[in-house]
Write a protein that binds this ligand. Sequence first.
Ligand code: SF4
Length: 346
Amino acid sequence: MLVGIAKLAAESQPLESKRQVEYFELPARSLLNRTKPGMPFAWAINPYRGCEFGCRYCYARYTHEFMELDPAEFEDKIYAKAHTAALLRRDLRKITPTQSIAIGTATDPYQPAERRFGRTRAILEVFAEGKGWNLSITTKSDLIVRDLPLLTELKRLSLLHVNMTITTLDAGLARLLEPRAPRPDLRLAAVQQLAQAGVNVGVFPNPILPLITDSEQSLDAVATAAAEAGATYFGGGVVFLMPSAQKIFFPFLEQNFPHLLKRYKERFEKSAYLRGPYQETIRDRVRRIRERHGLASSPAPYEPELWAGGGQLELFPIIPCAEPPPGPVKTPRERGDSRPTPPRSP
Ligand code: SF4
């Protein structure tokens, strides 16, 4: 029987319960994933599965379904891939160095877990062992500036560009949409630091959300700030909502934008992708804004200082955090995904 302080404690009412994030080590078979034809990069690397930033519109929640987890757990159960450096050294033997490699296509490589586990840094260190790679990094996090010395060295050895995602400059709206991602001003400060260090950096207001972030004014504000911070390219794509993303995004709309729920449901319940003139309107809007600010649509090619004789390479624009998954969703068995190991303490 409980007595004294133990009894009082047991009878206490909860005041607040803090969100609990669990971290797991995921044994991965490979680190480099081949993308489907038509994608703007040949290979993708995602050091983590799950993403603590918890963006309400995130398409990558379906990747947790592969592990038979609920899409809502995407932001609470984070899987860091094991032995990243060794796997990457092995995988790199099978590719042509100039093929484009995108880091952070499905989850953010600079999410909070990176502070503890450093998987992204370990990957960059492997790339810095050689030269002539064709790399891009996509993130919403100012944590990337932690690796500024390494990135500065990498861009001298290989082609490198960084895509920063900034959906809106409105900090309140960003907090609603991307509850645990760094504030827009922090992301812009990171863009500035990267640009000042000579790293090729672009900004993407992705995903563009109809009637929430798609106004000319909102997109122009992001482009203005991006250009002022030293970004050289800018682009944007419209959100797509697969059923796993709808499970989170529709209740979010109901709570925060109830007047939009019906319209989103009408358009996205039949297909994850918007078709028709809206896409064209947004394409034109983004193009106009880009031209107004003298921004390119993709990173300019350059010859890395320490990589003589590399020749001209093709560079592609990346659409951060809004890329459709490469092809139809497969079951865990089809993909040969292994079950995660038990949680370990962070
Ligand atoms: S959209 Fe990108 S940053 Fe946001 S939760 Fe998904 S992976 Fe993370």
